[in-house]
Design a protein around this ligand. Sequence first.
Ligand code: ATP
Length: 623
Amino acid sequence: MPEKKQFQTETKQLLNLMINSIYTHKEIFLRELISNASDAIDKMKFESLKDPEILENDTVFKIFIDADEKNKKIIIEDNGIGMSYDDVVENLGTIAKSGTKAFMEQLKNEKSDQETLEMIGQFGVGFYSAFMVADKVTVETKKWNEDNGVKWESDGSGEYEIEYIEKKNRGTKITLHLRKDLEDEDNFAKKEKLEELVRKYSNYIRYPIKMEVTETDEDGKEQKEIKTINSMESLWRKNKDDIAEEEYSEFYKETYHDWTDPFDVIHFKAEGSTVEFTSLLFIPARAPFDYYTKEYKRGLSLYSKNVFIMDKYEELIPSYFSFVKGLVDSPDFTLNISREILQHSKNIKVMKKNIEKKIHQALKSKINNDREKYQEFWNEFGRGMKAGLYENVDKKDKVMDLLLFETSNSEKPITLDEYIENMKKDQEAYIYYAVGESRDSIDNLPQMEAVKEKGFDVLYLTDHIDEFLIQMLHDYKGKQFKSISSSDLKLKDTEEKKKEEEENKDLLGKIKELLSGKVKEVRLTDKLKKSPVCIVSAHEGMSINMEKVLKELDQMPFNAEKILELNPDHQVFKKVKNIYDENPESDLLKDYADILYNQALLMEGMKIENPSDFVEKINKLMS
Ligand SMILES: Nc1ncnc2c1ncn2[C@@H]1O[C@H](COP(=O)(O)OP(=O)(O)OP(=O)(O)O)[C@@H](O)[C@H]1O
């Protein structure tokens, strides 16, 4: 008697989604099932390397598919590793894999139908996608080292049935009883349709995908024969010159579950003295849904002479190129090599270096030759590249020339090299930067005025990570990064500046006293033109914005202290000076100090402490 079991709650949700899906690419179910079959054969092949006897007389690995048009059934059968009773309960009753889990997580944040559909395509929902096309799925399987087979059956609603059965051959046979309500064009029970789908999605599967077909011979007689549908040849082992661009694209889309052609393809063979390997790498055009989440795992797949060893091997891809997908095939890998052994391998280091160099070259060439496309790529992955660089600042020379920045002088983002090329003659060896929420808010910063007037270009740092990163990077090609909020931007003659400071020492001291508890220092600045005042962090080079971020993260290593900077060339300053000269203790001076302080806060995008007092003081001055 079959045992009835409940699906895990998450699985129920997923199944429900599949059953009710209006997803237009329902056909991916075949790719998913074939890919599972191929994985199962990989595992069996791996086992048999240790002891070939375990294959018994079933030595030719294959995937067999069949369609029964009359009964609306499809069969996908493999002679892979198979599953035990417990395996079936574990694998076909719960959601074990992280990709699907992440997918379910994403679904929780209310998504539009369109977004949900796109996500199905990206995550690849595995075995359960069968329920997009079937109203009943039967799995008959036998693990290689078990005596009994197991039958699993479900209509995708809350429960499934499972029982032991007699099964002769090792491996898994999946029967899909197709839904009656499928559109005509979704008539998957046609062999021609299956053949077309295999070619489209599963052409490079390493094992033959076979199907019985009826061919008409020269005499018009119908003959049944078993035909291999897929090409099986792994693309990366073919000669680069014989591969069309579309082939790369198809391979990429099929393997990495993307609907968009890659931004770039890098295919190369390294036959150096130390290590021999072939690599096929793809730079995606758009970021996968999970790219900016913890779920995302970078890494390449490893093959040894066409045999799959492991995937997501991260040591070969530096964190700042984490978006790169692809594989490495090398006869130097042994099949049972572990991640630990690889980690200490000299070969891996050589490979990594080569791979990194190639990726860098490819991106550099895009920067120089196809800026528009690079810009699109940057919009997708720039933040990721910067975050990766932040983790590996010691590698900055390998990445910094790939970064793009918006700047005050250019309409489109530029590279740091371009910034340096355009530097003004009288610009000290500084690369100026400003931090803010957006281009507009930076443009409105009073600190921008003098630098702009000089015609010096300013990098706009609008991503949270930017300022941290720039401070860690410190300089580029000998030019130091300099915040426009720094105390000394070297815009004015130092002698002149010193003289001014000296002359106004008492006044500045008085304003500091009037603003006691609010600012740490009051000083003159050369960075303002139109504005009378600005506020900067007392921590040299750090922006008020960064202080805000650190505070939010509870990571503030010190008290946020502010410095008020006054523009000695401004009319308001002159007025303040007059008031002070007339009567240093006047109430009016206190009002001016308060107003200046508050307006500086407002310009920085900060809240003022007592708005009604501020307004009152202004009104008093105006009336
Ligand atoms: N034909 C099969 N033979 C043996 N085991 C299988 C087969 N099909 C599925 N399984 C088992 O069921 C598990 C779940 O399959 P599912 O397609 O849902 O996810 P997955 O294959 O692990 O993930 P992904 O689709 O992202 O590769 C597999 O990991 C595998 O252990």
